[in-house]
Design a protein around this ligand. Structure first.
Ligand code: GLC
Length: 746
């Protein structure tokens, strides 16, 4: 008998060694068995409780709809999760209430850790400008570690909505306009948040949002309707969600918008056919705040009871703060309008994550004050934020070599309403800056050169009022200085949720202040701090040095100072197009040619062009300068025709031809010259961020394969079609350095 057991153990041992997938599957089966064992013991009301989520009393991001007796509901097992509760102590207290319920099922604590928890990182759109996937993953890793150390199990990030409309304030939260870059960043962020996997004490669940196409809200107005072809949905808006799922994302969140007339939260096509069906998603879908109940004002449900029925049938597993599920699902089951099987499936999905997080073993395992003390605001975490911030800065203009500044300068005037601001450096969706230092620009300059250069200061004006009373003092300060550094832009809450703007000029009279300071004749550097692309044509055309510094988080001032003085050579590239005028929006680089393409900005006769402004944007996707220069040469293709399952090796030489060591983001664009669905004039298909010392050359290699040539055809099949392709390699989408052509044959 013992021999048999030994033999069996050996065989299992070998099998586990040979096939980790086998081991993984065994673990999944084990958890499923545990889930079923819990489910069997639960009443219908307790099951429905797991699908109900309330907010804690702090940081509500929407109207509080929960009943005053939410704590009683927790003790009665009527809650599966709570958001906006944080801290080892606070989460432990709330978890202890859940442990008083009959089933003692632990709560999941969620929070919008969008760009950092205690150490604030640059806003996601700024991070996207780094094109540095390793750094992006690390930023999410730090946020995950700090959150997990504070009792948080789950972040409502990454937001992966493609954003082509800067009137929509939530572009600050995503990765910009491009599907390829957005997909790579979505993947990196999920990997960062989830680390080595759920169950690790420094890993938190990611939540991919907002499913789907929320960024295409009509007229850039938040929460507005989205109407698009299935082709556009599949080609441009869904791939970042699929990439996040491929990275192992534990949860998804649906979106407020209707998609082609159906609210996302009641959209079976999105949530069941695509996500849980075709893509095989095994995690759970949480609604956005109140979105289930909002199907009533959408005009899709006559009341919250019908909304609950539509949502659970469409695949919304958890109800965030609309209180539609708790009072109605039980009755719907009794009336045979909703099958218990649907409830059980949703509850299984939620319980499975609680097992994977280890919460059934120890509901308090993340609520550990000692770990919290050690992890938060650590030097390592602040250093990561500084590095990410440096990489996020985009140098837009540097005429007459105004930058980098010399450390021998005697007097610098720091002018503008954002020059000394700390709180605006946090940006929107910052969850834990309140009691932390955010380094302002002024402080960053003090830290860097305060003991060798005299810093003068004038606010000049407010961010958004119209008074010019401060101009005179600012002009006087400017006149005393060798160089003027100006900090203008948006307040931290001028981009973000429910922050749509029809006019995206720099607010108030800030650009008038720039004009007044420019008129002094002093060298001027303008730093624009904002959560979205802004329109600033006069500044762009008249000021010699301009940097887009977004909202850079805890280390903002230190990062900007390092870049101003060349201790970090800027390498950021815009992840979104900057329009000349709001009238051009939506404007993006991968547009379709049309039958009458405008050959240049003057060609308006019977061409697809405007009579009153140029077609081209102010700054295009992928644009960003460096203190050094790069030369692209010697493009070679291993072949100029490839069969379907073949590939083409591409190589070229990149040389740093300037005086500074620096990084270059080399971008590979393709154009499919003709296809069964019209293809964009160019599409980003690959990129590399390359560090080269001054004078250094390096061979850069890429591979073109069928995957890079594929698209969703008229039948929405992902496929490549034989034909001619143009290869473009450049330093920006409108600055192509090397071109060639190749063919794809049958
Ligand atoms: C908000 C946002 C969503 C966020 C949620 C919880 O309204 O749309 O992104 O995660 O509510 O705060």
């Amino acid at each position: 008998m013992i021999k048999n057991k030994l033999a069996a153990a050996l065989i299992l041992g070998v099998v586990f060694q040979v096939n980790p997938l086998f081991a993984q599957q065994k673990n999944i089966d084990k958890i499923d068995r545990k889930v079923d064992s819990v489910l069997r013991l639960m009443t219908l009301e307790e099951k429905i409780g797991q699908l109900n989520q309330y907010t804690g009393d702090r940081d509500a991001t929407g109207p509080i709809t929960t009943s005053p007796n939410k704590l009683k509901d927790i003790k009665d097992g009527k809650l599966g999760s709570m958001l906006n509760i944080r801290g080892a102590k606070e989460t432990r207290e709330v978890q202890e209430m859940a442990m008083q319920s009959r089933m003692k099922i632990p709560l999941i604590f969620g929070l919008d850790v969008i760009h950092g928890y205690r150490v604030t990182f640059p806003i996601p759109l700024a991070e996207a400008a780094s094109w540095d996937l390793a750094e992006l993953e690390n930023a999410a890793r730090v946020a995950g570690r700090e959150s997990a150390a504070s009792g948080i199990h789950w972040t409502f990030a990454p937001m992966v909505d493609i954003g082509r409309d800067p009137r929509w304030g939530r572009v600050m939260e995503g990765a910009g306009e491009d599907t390829y870059l957005g997909s790579k960043i979505a993947y990196a962020r999920v990997k960062g948040f989830q680390g080595k996997g759920l169950g690790n004490l420094d890993a938190i669940m990611a939540c991919v949002k907002h499913f789907a196409a929320y960024g295409a809200a009509i007229a850039g107005r938040d929460y507005a309707a989205v109407d698009m072809s299935d082709h556009s949905l599949w080609e441009y808006y869904l791939p970042p969600f699929k990439a996040a799922l491929d990275a192992g994302a534990a949860t998804f969140m649906n979106s407020f918008n209707t998609l082609n007339g159906i609210p996302a939260t009641g959209n079976t096509y999105l949530q069941r056919d695509i996500l849980k069906g075709k893509w095989g998603f095994k995690g759970f879908m949480v609604s956005d705040w109140g979105s289930i109940g909002e199907m009533v004002p959408h005009g899709y449900a006559k009341d919250k009871k019908q909304a609950a029925e539509l949502a659970i049938k469409a695949g919304s597993d958890m109800d965030m703060e609309s209180r539609s599920y708790l009072p109605n699902l039980g009755q719907l089951v009794k009336e045979n309008k909703v099958s218990i099987a649907l409830i059980d499936d949703a509850v299984r999905r939620v319980l499975r994550k609680k097992f994977e997080l280890g919460l059934f073993d120890d509901p308090y395992r993340f609520s550990n004050a000692t770990r919290q003390e050690k992890e938060l605001n650590s030097a390592e975490n602040k250093k990561a934020s500084l590095k990410m911030a440096e990489k996020s800065i985009v140098l837009l203009k540097n005429n007459n070599q105004t930058l980098p500044l010399s450390k021998s300068l005697k007097k610098i005037a720091v002018i503008g309403p954002l020059a000394k601001s700390e709180k605006d450096m946090q940006g929107f969706w910052s969850v834990s800056w309140q009691n932390d230092k955010l380094v302002s620009l002024y402080e960053g300059l003090q830290n860097k050169i305060g003991n060798q250069t005299e810093l003068l200061y004038a606010k000049g004006c407010e961010i958004s009022d119209t008074s010019k009373a401060g101009f005179a003092a600012a002009i006087e300060v400017a006149k005393q200085a060798d160089v003027v550094v100006m900090a203008v832009g948006e307040a931290y809450d001028m981009s973000g949720e429910a922050k749509s703007k029809a006019n995206i000029q720099i607010p108030g009279v800030q650009e008038d202040l720039i004009k007044a300071i420019q008129a002094t004749g002093k060298p001027v550097v303008v730093l624009i701090m904002a959560g979205r692309p802004l329109v600033f044509n006069w500044t762009a055309d008249n000021v010699n040095a301009i940097m887009y510094t977004w909202w850079l988080g805890s280390e903002a001032g230190n990062a900007i100072a390092n870049v101003l003085y060349g201790d970090y050579n800027p390498a950021g590239k815009l992840p979104m197009t900057f329009p000349r005028d709001e009238g051009q929006i939506p404007i993006y680089y991968n547009y379709l040619s049309t039958g009458r393409p405008s050959q240049n900005d003057k060609d308006t006769r019977y061409r697809s062009a405007y009579l009153d402004i140029q077609n081209s944007p102010k700054y295009t996707f992928g644009y960003g300068l460096s203190y050094t220069t790069f030369d692209y040469s010697n493009l070679k293709l291993s072949k100029t025709a490839m069969a379907m399952n073949d590939k083409i090796n591409i190589s070229f030489t990149l040389k740093n031809t300037g005086k500074f060591d620096g990084e270059e983001v080399v971008q590979v664009y393709l154009q499919d010259m003709f296809a069964s669905v019209v293809r964009p004039v160019k599409e980003l298909k690959d990129f590399q961020k390359v560090m080269l010392k001054a004078g250094e050359s390096k061979a850069i290699n890429f591979v073109i394969d069928k995957e890079k040539l594929s698209f969703f055809n008229q039948k929405l099949q992902w496929a490549a079609e034989p034909g001619d392709f143009k290869l473009m390699i450049g330093t920006a989408s409108d600055n192509i350095k090397l071109e060639s052509n190749f063919a794809l044959t049958n």
